[in-house]
Design a protein around this ligand. Structure first.
Ligand code: IPE
Ligand code: IPE
Ligand code: MG
Length: 247
């Protein structure tokens, strides 16, 4: 059935928080006979277009999976290239982030990132801290299980210090110990390059996210593909364990 925004079964509204597993840079490059790093470089243009589009649509938060805790297993040269690309991105995109009133944040084990990246992350976060538009979050050296384990350690410390009674640990209290306690749960989780897996991304937060898998590689994921994902989301009925609103 063709979607109409006022159709009672569809939620019809825009997602407040979109999270994206940006995948397929290497395959995009290989298809063109280029080196993998060229795919990462072109992927930056998708990051820019998707960010600007989300910001213009007044999406409240965009979280991008840019480097997983598992990605250190890649060849040293690729990891080095990704880190230097990230550093350059943070410097070059800062004026656009400011122009668009975006508040920049990052999650993950950031202290393990190279010093140059940490410096630019700090600069971009600080300079944009008072911006009131969309929150853009990069997940870097991020792993969902590590985040949950780190939260458990932080809770255990609070219990140990006599600040928290174990009987008061609820999902709400637990979430306050995640990397970004302010982060809302993603409503829409997009993965590109046709892969049907979660790859350790926002395991806690995405427990009720709507999944959308796009077949295009990340460097080809631009405004039309984003619109397709958002439109699919608008047609979903979110029940959260309840019953259909359909009569
Ligand atoms: C996503 O593209 C970028 C990162 C994970 C950093 P890939 O590099 O995973 O590309 P494929 O999956 O090998 O095509
Ligand atoms: C997931 O992509 C991580 C990021 C997008 C940063 P990968 O390409 O690393 O995922 P797997 O290993 O194929 O699942
Ligand atoms: Mg991949």
């Amino acid at each position: 059935m063709k979607h109409k925004p006022d159709q009672p079964s569809a939620n019809g509204i825009l997602p407040k928080h979109i999270a994206i597993i940006m995948d397929g840079n290497g395959r995009w490059a290989r298809e063109r006979g280029l080196r993998r790093v060229k795919g990462h470089e072109e992927g930056i243009n998708s990051v820019r277009e998707v960010t600007e589009t989300c910001s213009a649509m007044k999406i409240r938060q965009l979280t991008l999976y840019a480097f997983s805790a598992e990605n250190w297993k890649r060849p040293k040269t690729e990891v080095f290239y990704l880190m230097s690309l990230l550093e350059r991105y943070l410097i070059h995109e800062r004026p656009t982030i400011m122009k668009d009133n975006i508040r920049f944040t990052a999650i993950g084990r950031l202290n393990k990132l190279p010093a140059g990246v940490r410096r630019e992350l700090k600069n971009t976060s600080e300079v944009s801290a008072r911006n009131t538009g969309m929150v853009m979050c990069l997940a870097l050296n991020y792993g969902g299980r590590t985040e949950i384990a780190d939260a458990a350690r932080s809770l255990a410390k609070a219990v140990d210090a006599g600040e928290l009674n174990p009987s008061r640990i609820t999902p709400r209290v637990f979430a306050k110990h995640l990397y970004d306690p302010q982060m809302s749960d993603p409503d829409l989780l997009i993965r590109t390059a046709g892969e049907m897996r979660w790859s350790n991304f926002l395991l806690w937060q995405a427990s009720y996210a709507e999944f959308f898998v796009s077949n295009v590689f990340w460097p080809d994921f631009r405004e039309p593909q984003l619109m397709e994902a958002i439109e699919a989301y608008r047609q979903r009925e979110r029940r959260f364990g309840g019953l259909s609103r359909k009569p």
